[in-house]
Design a binder for this molecule. Structure first.
Ligand code: S3P
Length: 430
């Protein structure tokens, strides 16, 4: 297992770029495959998760050429995928598995989706249940993957589905299955979560009297071939560098072309409420996804409470938010975040272990954490990443402020979303 050691840093200065957004890249590749004609995705990430989506699509007969970080995908149309010869390996990528399941549920051929040990331990009933309600034949293995999807010659049944949890993967799975259904499929989302699928397919959304969104899809909403020039940078990757620059004294770090979709950037608001010095400039758009430049300068932070509808918009940033909280004055409470228990690892337990080992008082609740911020208490030691990219990188950020040296076991898991992370962190040090 690879380890990486981070020493306490005196200053972070400079500019950095981050890999393209993982959520957008998965979807852009899937949509391109189902479109008619050729799509070109500039700046496609080398990160392992989006690469898993490409390799799954190849197994389904989609022709994909790469030239550096430009990917050309020859769309096969909604009904052009080919039966795979073997089980399809989604690696560590929950988004690949859950979105592909929605697409494969409507195919005339059988298929099986599998993944690594972490992915095979994650709950899949959350997609199997709605897909079965649409009349798909879905067989799980004890509630998890491998997932077997039976082929069907008839279209799926359209349905109205109220999301039981704020999961964009479940929402997108049902919407993609809706492309293969007769009639209008509607997903009701009581709590908004990332909306890249709706944006890419330009889906009609109604808002009811309670302010709840009803997202509609039919087989006429088929994806169109597109050019992404570029794909937006991943806010979730930028988050590690923004928090590091906020925490390390005498720091100023600027990251350009970062995705700024409001369903993703909840961390900006929370950090600002804690006292962070963040500025956003050069706002623009790429294929309907907002994007811009973010600069973070060092600032002292205070504890905060984060809960309720704010959680889905920063769900992947909670590990690094917890590190910011550890280096803040006062207590931070994170609640309504039980979904973190079913990510690549149980992230509540993982964060609690990392911060406790670094000297911070943390208590773990069923749906959250209470963190007693104490920057001076942070002392470097050896911590586990739980083979989870976001835990590894969050621990790296903590290592920038902890006294002495912090050694992260399994640091190479950063490659899942941000392969160059450790080099970028080194390069910014002054
Ligand atoms: C994602 C949705 C979120 C997020 C994951 C990516 C997506 O998962 O945590 O990293 O691209 O749809 P859930 O849908 O399980 O909340």
């Amino acid at each position: 297992m690879s380890t990486h050691t981070v020493s306490q840093v005196t200053s972070l200065q400079g500019t950095a770029s981050v890999p393209a957004d993982k959520s957008v890249s998965h979807r852009a590749a899937l949509m391109a495959a189902l479109a008619d004609g050729r799509s070109t995705l500039h700046g496609f990430p080398q990160a392992a998760d989006p690469q898993s989506t490409l390799s799954c699509l190849r197994q389904l007969g989609v022709s994909i050429e790469t030239e550096g970080d430009t990917v050309h995908i020859e769309g096969v149309g909604l009904h052009g995928l080919q039966a795979p010869a073997n089980p399809i390996d989604c690696g560590n990528s929950g988004t690949t598995m859950r979105l592909l399941a929605g697409i494969l549920a409507g195919q005339p051929f059988e298929s099986t989706l599998t993944g690594d040990d972490s992915l095979r331990a994650r709950p899949m009933a959350r997609i199997a249940n709605p897909l079965r309600q649409m009349d798909a034949e879905v067989t799980l293995t004890g509630g998890t993957a491998p997932i077997h999807l039976g082929g069907r010659s008839e279209p799926l049944h359209a349905m109205t589905y109220r999301l039981p949890m704020a999961s964009a993967q479940v929402k997108s799975c049902v919407l993609l299955a809706g492309l293969y259904a007769e009639g209008t499929t509607t997903v009701i989302q009581p709590v908004p979560c990332r909306d890249h699928t709706e944006r890419m397919l330009n889906l009609p959304i109604e808002v009811d009297d309670e302010g709840v969104q009803h997202i509609h899809i039919t087989s006429d909403d088929d994806p169109k071939a597109s050019v992404w020039n570029p794909l937006p940078g991943d806010f979730s990757s930028a988050a590690f560098l923004l928090v590091a620059a906020t925490l390390v004294p005498d720091s100023e770090v600027t990251i350009s072309n970062v995705g700024l979709n409001p369903t993703r950037t909840g961390l900006l608001d929370v950090l600002q409420a804690m006292g962070a010095d963040l500025t956003v400039t050069d706002r623009t758009e790429t294929n309907g996804e907002p994007m811009g430049t973010i600069t973070a300068r060092h600032a002292p932070l205070n504890g905060v409470t984060v809960e309720g509808d704010a959680i889905p918009n920063l769900i992947d940033e909670i590990p690094v938010l917890a590190v910011a909280a550890a280096a803040s004055n006062g207590q931070t409470v994170i609640r309504d975040a039980a979904e973190l228990r079913v990510k690549e690892t149980d992230r509540l337990t993982a964060i609690a272990e990392v911060l406790t080992r670094l000297g911070i008082g943390v208590s773990e609740q069923e749906d959250g954490l209470t963190i007693s911020g104490d920057r001076d208490a942070l002392r470097g030691t050896t911590v586990r990443s739980f083979h989870d990219h976001r835990i590894a990188m969050a621990a790296g950020v903590a290592g920038c402020v902890a006294r002495g040296e912090t050694t992260i076991k399994g640091a190479d898991s950063a490659r899942i979303s941000f392969p160059g992370f450790w080099d970028v962190l080194d390069r910014l040090q002054r």
